[in-house]
Design a protein around this ligand. Structure first.
Ligand SMILES: NC(=O)c1ccc[n+]([C@@H]2O[C@H](COP(=O)([O-])OP(=O)(O)OC[C@H]3O[C@@H](n4cnc5c(N)ncnc54)[C@H](OP(=O)(O)O)[C@@H]3O)[C@@H](O)[C@H]2O)c1
Length: 294
């Protein structure tokens, strides 16, 4: 197993995979819009023909959580129908598929970290469409592993870290939600972990235990408020300003989509099955802050 087709070129995760996969001996074949477009199935089929992959990582997705509320059909095409086609093409070729998903499939009301056996109950359109994509990928391709991740950030694209640094450069005081909890996840660490999973599959062959759902996110937990404070602390040595961050409640910062209040992910299954674990999220944050200050 050598050639890995990676969808979502230009996205946070795919950019990380472009480095992580070669580091473990894989060839990363990245495809992205407009040449690769879920809404045009012929482009997806062509990508499989051209790449002739040995495995596939589907990192492409509609990730705009609030915009999905206004166009659930569009989000469904990218997050469910697209993965279904990718899985079908994988099944026809006998390829392993790593499908990336989200903690937003949970309603966040459990009160303790979620395990993969807990029932999903998405609160919004993004979570619903991603859950449909999980089901489709698992139903259509027997060699599918789904990885639910959370709060992804990196030096590229739009994410909470870059937003905080941009806003913090303009305002001496910020208000950030303190009653939502999750796993901040550095995209380069996520990419390393996915490459590690694929290396395991390459080395030991596909096993029944590889099929199913796994949690894969930064180690440890935080609120958005704690995460924001950590961002400014990590960036201060690089000359970034250090604004005061006031904790607020979710209802004080209304957004279109309802987010799970507590989407913390227990990741023991990932380690037990694949021998993979991400570093603590604070280490991932330092890695990304360094990348933002070359
Ligand atoms: N970001 C997060 O906080 C987060 C949290 C939990 C889970 N996840 C999951 O993690 C995975 C990677 O996310 P990410 O943060 O790397 O996302 P990202 O930076 O938004 O990248 C997603 C990529 O998908 C592409 N894409 C969107 N619609 C498409 C379509 N119809 N056809 C083909 N490509 C399309 C985008 O292309 P364009 O840029 O050209 O539109 C982009 O390159 C996704 O499965 C996501 O659901 C992300």
């Amino acid at each position: 197993m050598k050639r890995v087709l990676v969808t979502g070129k230009g996205g946070q995760l795919a950019t990380g995979l472009a480095e992580s996969l070669p580091a473990l001996g894989f060839e990363a074949l990245l495809v992205g819009q407009p040449e690769f477009e879920f809404d045009q199935p012929a482009t997806v089929e062509a990508a499989f023909r051209d790449a002739a992959p040995d495995a596939v990582i589907n990192a492409a997705a509609w990730t705009a959580v609030d915009a999905a509320e206004d166009d659930e059909t569009g989000a469904f095409r990218a997050n469910a129908i697209g993965p279904e086609l990718v899985a079908r093409l994988c099944a026809a070729r006998g390829l392993p598929l790593l499908q990336v998903s989200t903690d937003y499939v949970y309603d966040g009301r459990k009160g303790t970290p979620y395990s993969e056996d807990d029932a999903p109950n998405p609160l919004g359109a993004y979570g619903r469409t991603k859950l449909a994509g999980e089901w489709a990928a698992l139903a259509v391709n027997p060699k599918t592993a789904v990885f639910r991740t959370a709060w992804v950030f990196s030096a590229v694209g739009r994410n909470f870290v870059k937003t905080m640094l941009a806003v913090g450069a303009q305002r001496p005081e910020l208000r950030v939600v303190a009653d939502q909890h999750g796993n901040p996840t550095a995209a380069p660490d996520l990419a390393d972990a996915l490459a590690g999973v694929l290396a395991r599959i390459r080395d030991e062959g596909w096993r029944d235990a590889h099929r199913g759902v796994f949690h894969m996110a930064g180690g440890g937990y935080a609120s958005w408020h704690e995460f924001a404070e950590a961002i400014f602390a990590a960036a201060a040595p690089f000359g970034e300003p250090r604004p005061v961050v006031h904790p607020i409640a979710t209802h004080e910062y209304p957004m279109k989509a309802t987010r799970p209040a507590d989407g913390r992910l227990d990741q023991r299954k990932l380690h037990a099955v694949f021998g993979v674990a991400l570093p603590p999220w604070q280490q991932g944050l330092e890695r990304v802050i360094r990348a933002l200050h070359p």
